[in-house]
Design a protein around this ligand. Sequence first.
Ligand SMILES: Nc1ncnc2c1ncn2[C@@H]1O[C@H](COP(=O)(O)OP(=O)(O)OP(=O)(O)O)[C@@H](O)[C@H]1O
Length: 749
Amino acid sequence: MSTEELREEQQFVSGLYARLDALREEAEAAVRASLTQVGNGLQARLERDVLVAERSGLLAAFNAGENGLCFGRLEFRDGRDHHIGRIGIRASDIERTPLVIDWRAEVARPFYLATGHTPMGLRRRRHITTEGRDVTALHDEILDLSDTTRTGHEGADADEVLLAALDSARTGRMHDIVQTIQAEQDRIIRAPHHGVLVVEGGPGTGKTVVALHRAAFLLYAHRQLLAKRAVLIVGPNPAFLGYIGEVLPALGETGVLLSTVGELFPGVSATGTDTPEAAEVKGRAEMADVLAAALRDRQRTPEPGAPVIIEHEDGDLVLDWTIAQEAREAAREADVPHNLGRPHFAFRVIDMLTQQLADRLGADPYGGPNFLGPDDIAQLGKAIAASPEVHAAIEELWPQLTPEGFLADFLEEPTPHLRDEDALLVRRPRGAEWTAADVPLLDEAAELLGSDDSAARAMAEAERAKQIAYAQGVLDVSYASRTYEFEDKDDDESEVLLAHDIIDAERMAERQEEDDHRSAAERAAADRTWAFGHIIVDEAQELSAMAWRLLMRRCPTRSMTLVGDPAQTAEAGGCGSWESILSPYVEDRWEYTRLGVNYRTPVEIMDVAAEVPRVEHPDFQPPSSVRSTGVVPWARRADDLAAAVADAVAAETRDDGRLAVIAPRELHDELAGKLPGVTAGEALDLTRPVVLIDPRQAKGLEFDTVLVVEPGRYGTSDLYVALTRATQRLGILHAQELPVALKQVAATP
Ligand SMILES: Nc1ncnc2c1ncn2[C@@H]1O[C@H](COP(=O)(O)OP(=O)(O)OP(=O)(O)O)[C@@H](O)[C@H]1O
């Protein structure tokens, strides 16, 4: 191995870190200085905010650059020579020469796509491995076969770097894969952002990690739009979101909101749980009509012949079926949400009651015209409109409702709108905790109800227009700030990232509203009506039809990436096929793509796991595993299951890496008692060496070693998920019979 090459690369990388340090210090100093700057007036505040925002964004990127700043090098046949890194950095010279190119730039693509067959102009591709700031290894691939120059770092196996990454011990947190993105993954990451892209693939094919890199790529390629509208990533549960939460910050990206569907109704935290059957009922598409019908029932009339009598200073008012019916029709014809229809209803009722009173008070006993003039009638109308009794009667017939109040009423008594057997499943007393399956229903209710904030909106809009106009002026004069070091686009269209690109006038103005310094993602989290720039849904196969309605409302442009695996569907309410999910929203205008290589599970484990779906689908083909470890899965029968699990955990725990015991929930208490220091329950800490989870919690996660306990009690898809979580070793412990699919697993005493 040539130490000279290594030394030269080290020198380059050290220089790069020195530049990173300088840039970071500059940015920190700028933030500090701006924060202490007490300028006078709005302009000074705006300028300060611009600076703080752009420098803070840069700081996040610089901090991300600390680990694995530079990991590749491309030498082209035409003499071009580029280093590839996590972020782009330029030198301080007058030309602002790119030192390292952002992995997302077009010019970096051959790093991921070039092959001996299609070298994309490359002579040599180098993988640079670093630990901290030290270069520890180089792997070179010669792509131009006529080139006879050798560096001494040509590896026998081009996949060495990938395999080292796949073999490494797990930490309980997902890591980025910028150094080893595979060609099939690269195409998905960089696919155009318009429209719906479905990414399907079996366990371990990189769906999640690819989706996260896609978010990073889209934020890079469409920064202006997405910094403003933010990207939403939806995952199945909070533990999973914790597991993937470090990937985007490690790529320098912060404009992303990670959320479960249950967290998407601001002000409501879904702490309750539903039975799977209740969740299934609540998730059905027909619930939209059911809620609409329940709401129509809240728009009432008195029974014919049993009018509401309202005491009034000028005599009783009779609000009968005819008046209420006519007012209700008029309000419904307005075709607006319920709460916005209420003023229409109230207006008609007041109008008709006024007429009623006027007819009575001004009647000419001799049959002539009414004595009252228009002014008198207007006076009567005012008095009626101000009457608390009249308001109470209107409220009774067409109440002002909140989504929470309306849904709580509905769940307390879901008949007659639901069939008896379904009503039995979802019925619950008022005041019960909200569940994740309630959130799409609350969102639906909010849509049906609307809120009468038109006056407030008009005022806010006028104020905003003023702010935008002013902020635009400030931006125009204050940007001589071409001090960005970022390499942001490929060489051909090389362009320095301007402050304008990061903060435009609109966003600037938004920042000013009530001194609102939150990021777009933070503001989006607090706003039910926020329209995201792009939505990524992981484990998309699990979402109910009602959850899809909620998500589609959050993404009117339908710029979405959906990743999932129908074979892993666990929720009874999960949608059956991509067609059935998507056709109501985009018909057949969506792209479908598949990932076919399993990067997680070695072939020995996958052979065992694949037998599970094959019981029902004999032709089932799992993704092909990229690795083989020679370690064969085992099964052990034990009467004292908890003791056997404790022994197995002791035997399988390694110094580094993570072990998961996956067991049915009802065994958790007993198992936890035998596993000191284990983490379990809702507040899981996945970074701990041993975790105890049930199959649903295991979704999307991975561990070095997995012990699956009592698999006979799992459903097919839960079992398939559980068996495909290990990167190295799989053991099965059972007291009951093994399911047929696992009978072949080597039994150990
Ligand atoms: N190109 C790659 N380089 C390095 N590691 C990779 C690559 N692709 C995938 N991986 C790793 O493979 C593992 C599985 O990836 P991921 O969790 O994204 O798969 P998945 O398809 O979402 O799986 P599942 O459906 O089972 O949840 C992760 O550890 C991921 O980092």
